[in-house]
Ligand binder design. Structure first.
Ligand code: NAP
Length: 252
């Protein structure tokens, strides 16, 4: 990797884990493309990066739409350069018990997490193969091990682990690693929405979660950004096809 091609794409980077990761990768020296559904939503992350002396652009794209993904990656190549790092972070929840889960709840979650990671990885890998270097990180979840009310989400997050391992096997010979980070409870708008759904205040919800976490606190987006920063570093080239649970302790 040369100084010229230190370009990273982070999807779903308007807020939460994606925003923290984009800001961290910019601090690590990457020019960062902040992809989110709406270009305007990514401006805040971009402003934080540029205020700290970094380089970033906001790009609007739905990662589950092939045409939008192709256009977004083309724009990144034109404005920042070819990406050597891709963090597939965009995500949505459509939680419900199986008997109440609609077909559209299922499809939406599969499309954003799984199809989105597939489309983005496919669009970016050719640039990484050309460079003979790349780092792909997919956001899985502790829910991949099974979680009540999340038949769709847990299936998608477990699917991303298989996807990650396959990418590591196919792309390794081109200098590309693929790993998954599986967060436990991280305080973001996503977990705040879950608190609301179960009828609890967010502070009360976080405190209850912390009692079940060995390090006695819930996670923050920077916990995940730090792990991603390691996985996309040049020195992590022999770490591939792994799933790293970042959950404040071991999981059952
Ligand atoms: P978040 O705060 O809800 O942020 C997710 C971001 O993804 C939002 O900016 C959202 O845009 C964007 N997004 C959604 N659908 C998209 C699409 N089709 N195309 C482009 N962007 C899209 O979530 P988070 O908590 O930071 O989670 C980030 C990732 O970590 C997700 O994959 C999540 O499943 C995973 N994760 C989170 C936790 C946790 O405890 N928070 C735990 C395990 C795994 P809008 O705002 O427009 O919807």
């Amino acid at each position: 990797m040369t100084e010229q091609n230190r370009v990273a794409i982070v999807t779903g980077a308007a807020r939460g884990i994606g925003a923290a990761t984009a800001i961290r990768l910019a601090a690590d020296g990457f020019a960062v493309a902040v992809i989110d559904l709406e270009e305007a939503a990514g401006k805040d992350t971009v402003e934080k990066i540029t205020a700290a002396g970094g380089r970033a652009i906001a790009v609007g794209a739905d990662v589950s739409n092939g045409e939008q993904v192709a256009a977004a990656v083309e724009r990144v190549v034109a404005e920042l350069g070819a990406p050597v790092v891709l963090v597939n972070n965009a995500g949505v929840l459509r939680d419900n018990l199986l008997f109440k889960m609609s077909e559209s709840d299922w499809d939406t979650v599969m499309n954003v997490h799984l199809k989105g990671a597939f489309l983005m990885s496919k669009a970016c890998q050719k640039h990484m193969v050309d460079a003979g270097y790349g780092r792909i990180v997919n956001l899985s979840s502790s829910s991949a091990l099974g979680n009540r009310g999340q038949a769709n989400y847990s299936a998608a997050k477990a699917g991303l682990q298989g996807f990650t391992k396959t990418l590591s096997k196919e792309l390794g010979k081109f200098g590309i690693t693929a790993n998954a980070v599986a967060p436990g409870f991280i305080a973001t708008d996503m977990t705040a929405a879950t608190a609301e759904r179960v009828g609890m205040g967010f502070e009360e919800f976080k405190a209850a979660a912390a009692t079940m976490i060995p390090v006695n606190r819930v996670g923050v987006p920077d916990d995940i950004a730090h792990t991603v920063s390691f996985l996309v570093s040049e020195g992590a080239g022999f770490v591939s096809g792994q799933v790293i649970y970042v959950a404040g302790g071991p999981l059952d």
